[in-house]
Design a binder for this molecule. Structure first.
Ligand SMILES: [Zn+2]
Length: 139
């Protein structure tokens, strides 16, 4: 069963610089640029960081029956300047890096919901439904 905490653990590791962003790595199956981390050992806490970078199509192949990628993948594009900013904010506010990342992720998800709602209003219902490619893919 996918576990959002596993995805948070991966995000935290990426922003903290303990894990490269998937796009900085290559797909373990085909060697193209990766875009998601696959939890190949499942979602038990000890495996939260047991991840393998995969490209989108190979990841799909690993989960032929998965209805939505969001339910089992951590896809995150953490630009270096964002990681930098999060670290700087944490230091300035004397917050833990984990807390700062939580705040950042919450804000990014809220921004995505607002953008999506605005797009739905602009383009009519259903127009935004197929677009899941955002900075943050939550589980
Ligand atoms: Zn691949």
């Amino acid at each position: 069963m996918p576990d959002a905490r596993a995805h948070t653990a991966v995000r935290t590791a990426i922003i903290a610089g303990r894990l490269p962003a998937p796009a900085e790595t290559v797909c373990g199956d085909c060697g193209r640029r990766a875009s998601v981390y696959h939890h190949h050992s499942g979602y038990a806490p000890e495996h939260w960081l047991s991840v393998e970078p995969l490209c989108r199509s190979c990841h799909k192949r690993r989960h032929p029956k998965a209805p939505r990628r969001a339910e089992h993948a951590t896809s995150i594009r953490v630009r270096p300047e964002v990681a930098e900013e999060v670290r700087a904010n944490a230091a300035a506010a004397r917050r833990s890096l984990n807390r700062e990342i939580e705040l950042y992720v919450e804000e990014a998800l809220a921004r995505r919901r607002r953008d999506r709602a605005a797009r739905a209003v602009r383009e009519g219902p259903g127009a935004a439904a197929g677009r899941a490619e955002d900075d943050l893919q939550d589980a």
